[in-house]
Design a protein around this ligand. Structure first.
Ligand SMILES: [Zn+2]
Length: 243
C-alpha cells in the first residue's frame, strides 16, 4: 500500500497551529493526508499568562497543561503531534533541534509545509520558528547532510497569518476556504483554555477572510457564509496554467 501523502506544520508554541492553520490541518486530514504538527516549544513562558495567574504554578505544570490541550486540539483536527520542548522566550535553534527536524522532513516526505511569517515584532519566537523550518527543509534536501532517510523534494512553504499581520509585513496571497471544517477548528480553539480570549478574534478573522475569499472568487452574491484562512507563499508556484 502506498504511504499516505503528508504535510508538516511547524508551530513555535503549543497553540499557534490551531489559531493560524487549524482549518488547513482539518481539511488535509479529511482528504486523507497525514498531518504532522511539530511544536517546537509549549509556549510555557510567553503564551500561558492565564496559567501563570494561578497559585503555585510551575514551569513543568504549565508545560503539562499546554501539552494536554494541544494534544486534544490536534486530535480534534485529525493531526498527529510531537513536542520538541526546545524552550520559548527565547526559542533558540540548536544543532540537536535541527537534526530532529531534518529527520522529520525525511520521514514524512511532506507535500507542503506550513509555518510562521518571517517577521513578528510582538513575538520573536515566531520568526525564529520560520527560519528553523526553512533551514530544516533545505538541509533535508541535501544529500550531504548527515541524517538518515531519503532526501526530500521541494515542498512549497506557506506562512500562516500572524496575529497582527500589518506589523509583520504579511501579505495575503492565498485564501483557503475552510468552511467545511470550521466547526472543528472552533472546537479545537475551545480546548485552549489558557488563551480563551483569542477564540472570538479568530472566529471574526475567519469570517473576514471568508468575505474576501468570496470577493476574490467572484462569489460575492452567494448567501452562504464562508470561513477562510490566509497564507503567504515563500517560493514561486510552478504551474503550466495561468488560470
Ligand atoms: Zn506563538
Amino acid at each position: 500500500m502506498e504511504p499516505k501523502p503528508s504535510i508538516i506544520v511547524v508551530s513555535a508554541h503549543a497553540a499557534d497551529f490551531i489559531w493560524r492553520a487549524g482549518g488547513a490541518i482539518a481539511l488535509y486530514a479529511d482528504r486523507g493526508y497525514r498531518v504532522r504538527v511539530i511544536c517546537l516549544s509549549y509556549g510555557e513562558r510567553g503564551e500561558s499568562a492565564r496559567l501563570w495567574k494561578q497559585p503555585d504554578m510551575t514551569l513543568e505544570k504549565v508545560k503539562d497543561v499546554r501539552r494536554d490541550e494541544a494534544g486534544r486540539a490536534a486530535e480534534i483536527l485529525g493531526a498527529d503531534i510531537t513536542f520538541l520542548d526546545a524552550g520559548d522566550y527565547p526559542l533558540q535553534p540548536t544543532q540537536a533541534l535541527m537534526d530532529i527536524l531534518v529527520k522529520e522532513y525525511r520521514e514524512c516526505q511532506p507535500e507542503l509545509v506550513l509555518t510562521h511569517a518571517f517577521k513578528d515584532p510582538y513575538n520573536f519566537d515566531h520568526p525564529a520558528a520560520a527560519e528553523i523550518t526553512l533551514q530544516g527543509r533545505v538541509y533535508a534536501q541535501a544529500r550531504g547532510y548527515p541524517a538518515t532517510g531519503e532526501i526530500i523534494g521541494a515542498p512549497p512553504v506557506f506562512l500562516f497569518e500572524p496575529h497582527q499581520p500589518e506589523q509583520c509585513e504579511f501579505k495575503v496571497q492565498v485564501l483557503l476556504d475552510i468552511t467545511p471544517v470550521f466547526d472543528r477548528k472552533r472546537k479545537a480553539m475551545e480546548v485552549m483554555a489558557a488563551q480563551v480570549h483569542l477564540i472570538r478574534y479568530y472566529v471574526d478573522l475567519a469570517r473576514r477572510r471568508g468575505v474576501q475569499a468570496k470577493r476574490n472568487s467572484g462569489k460575492v452574491g452567494s448567501k452562504q457564509e464562508v470561513y477562510a484562512e490566509a497564507f503567504q507563499r515563500v517560493y514561486p508556484q510552478v504551474t503550466t496554467e495561468l488560470m
